[in-house]
Design a protein. Structure first.
Length: 251
């Protein structure tokens, strides 16, 4: 009888201990899960804040075109990643830019005069010799992406001083968004944003046969870089809380 009672007490104590251990484990699991969730939420909040600050830095009443180009490049990098990794469109950033004047591009050519033996700026292609009949596209590095998306200088023509306004509309919002929804002007600006001005020396210079010395191409991005802009709108996505729209206007 005593042995049976002792065994029953031992079993009961064992069951109670097991219940206590299980309860403790469940409590610990809940606490760890709660802590992990809190940590993830804090990390997500920090990531969103960091992301937004990168775009909020452009929320100014006065900035220059070079800053707008930087914002365009940042948004394009983000959008390329979103599309490549299959994220929701809610993570895309749209950038709108409104111009008050047309952008232009300019090509200058310099040569050495046979009379003075001094370098001068050419005013037409008759001022210098170009017996190799070089075309502009053979002098400068002009990407196909740029030529496909801009209507300005015809680079298939012979080397000559040239100035051209781009075919564009003032007071129109030019948009960067998804590849298929980005305006050609923005694509062209991004294509040459890392090379605002090109300067090429004539490695075959000859005073008689090829007396042009150097040529410079001031791209539309060069035309834009010192223009003044203001940020008119910053918008946040209701789903992600991230910046999803930023707008600039020239003044």
């Amino acid at each position: 009888m005593d042995n049976s009672l002792s065994k029953a007490l031992i079993i009961a104590a064992g069951v109670l201990l097991a219940m206590v251990v299980v309860a403790f484990m469940m409590y610990s699991f809940r606490e760890i899960s709660s802590w992990s969730t809190t940590q993830n939420e804090e990390q997500t909040t920090e990531q969103i804040e960091k992301f937004n600050k990168e775009y909020e830095a452009f929320d100014k009443d006065l900035m220059y075109g070079v800053d707008v180009i930087s914002c365009l490049n940042k948004a394009k990098s983000n959008n390329d990643k979103v599309e490549a990794e299959g994220y929701s469109n809610a993570y895309l950033v749209k950038v709108n830019v409104t111009f008050k004047k047309k952008l232009s591009e300019n090509i200058r050519v310099y040569y050495v005069s046979k009379d003075s033996k001094k370098e001068k700026e050419a005013h037409s292609n008759t001022d210098f010799t170009n017996t190799k009949n070089l075309k502009l596209e053979n002098v400068f590095e002009v990407s196909k992406e740029y030529k496909d998306h801009v209507n300005g200088i015809d680079f298939s023509k012979a080397l000559a001083p040239t100035n051209s306004e781009l075919s564009m509309n003032i007071n129109q919002k030019y948009q960067l968004y998804k590849e298929a929804q980005t305006d050609d002007l923005i694509k062209a600006l991004l294509a040459i944003s890392g090379n605002l001005k090109q300067m090429k020396q004539n490695s075959k210079y000859d005073l008689v046969r090829d007396n042009w010395t150097r040529a410079e191409w001031e791209t539309p991005a060069f035309s834009m870089k010192t223009r003044k802009f203001k940020c008119t709108n910053v918008q946040y996505n209701a789903q992600t809380s991230r910046v999803d729209l930023i707008e600039f206007e020239e003044f």
